[in-house]
Unconditional design. Structure first.
Length: 288
């Protein structure tokens, strides 16, 4: 009996990793098990509600003052943003450049973590009923969090940026140097892939999404460069990034809605990056 179960498990694992045959069944199982995640989350929600109920008056006053101060600070930033946006729109109009699209977002809450040490995935409480689709980008309050890779009726799985199968086209905020940030399988490490030794990248540089490939909106923080290593015998620079997103702490995330959604794999990200480089070379060739 045990041997039969072991053989069946091995066959299912092989099918799940090498084919897409098990995806419908996994989606159905995700829908069936959604109540389990909600029940498991109920103690956290209950403790949060009780904490709010029994909070002292002094704590509430202190929290209110903090929130009022934050509102004033954000109002000042918002005023600057409106002014800068208007100026940016005028400059884009002068240059004949297309303006950036305003993306619709949806707030979701984490309700589970996939219990596999080799996979960096979490489960959120939004699914098909909230119009979530495979391939949507996910952010937290600090930066790019990952992308949706599986959807059931009431929940979805999100592949984190640090998963070894995740890749995203990026650029250096300081100078626009483009590359691809790939996951390493470690929660606090990303790497820039195939970056030439001549590339101008230094410690402390902010790495952000470039928007190439159309999956991830441009301009969102991905991470900070913490190490740049050039091997004398290598044609590429080894650049290590610390993710901006709070991958092990965030409980609420934003799911981004945009047209023509598809998952960006590492190969597709590399193709988009190489395609942009080819376009630049062609432009240089036709310039007088």
């Amino acid at each position: 009996m045990l041997i039969g179960l072991a053989i069946a498990s091995a066959l299912l694992i092989a099918l799940g990793t090498s084919t897409r045959l098990t995806e419908p069944a996994r989606g159905w199982l995700g829908t069936v098990t959604s109540p389990i995640y909600l029940v498991a989350e109920s103690p956290y929600l209950l403790s949060e509600r009780l904490g709010l109920i029994f909070a002292s008056r002094d704590q509430l006053l202190e929290r209110n003052e903090t929130l009022q101060r934050q509102v004033l600070e954000l109002a000042q930033v918002s005023q600057q943003f409106v002014s800068l946006k208007a100026e940016n729109d005028r400059l884009r109009g002068l240059l004949g450049s297309q303006g950036r699209l305003a993306y619709e977002v949806l707030i979701a809450e984490l309700v589970g973590v996939v219990p596999d040490p080799g996979v960096h995935q979490v489960i959120i409480d939004k699914g098909v009923d909230a119009r979530i689709e495979v391939g949507q980008a996910v952010l937290d309050a600090a930066g790019l969090f990952g992308q949706v890779v599986e959807v059931s009726q009431f929940t979805s799985r999100v592949l984190l940026v640090t998963d070894q199968n995740h890749a995203v086209p990026v650029q250096v905020n300081r100078n626009g140097v483009r590359s691809i940030a790939g996951g390493t399988g470690e929660f606090d490490v990303l790497e820039l892939e195939n970056l030439p030794v001549s590339a101008d990248v230094v410690e402390g540089d902010l790495i952000e999404t470039s928007g190439l490939g159309g999956r991830f909106p441009a301009g969102y923080p991905v991470g900070i460069v913490v190490s740049v290593l050039v091997e004398p015998t290598s044609a590429y620079t080894e650049v290590v990034i610390r993710p901006s997103a709070l991958l092990d702490r965030s409980r609420h995330v934003l799911v981004i809605f945009q047209p023509d959604q598809q998952i960006v794999t590492e190969q597709e990200a590399q193709s988009a990056f190489e395609g942009s480089e080819t376009d630049e070379l062609l432009e240089q060739e036709v310039r007088p």
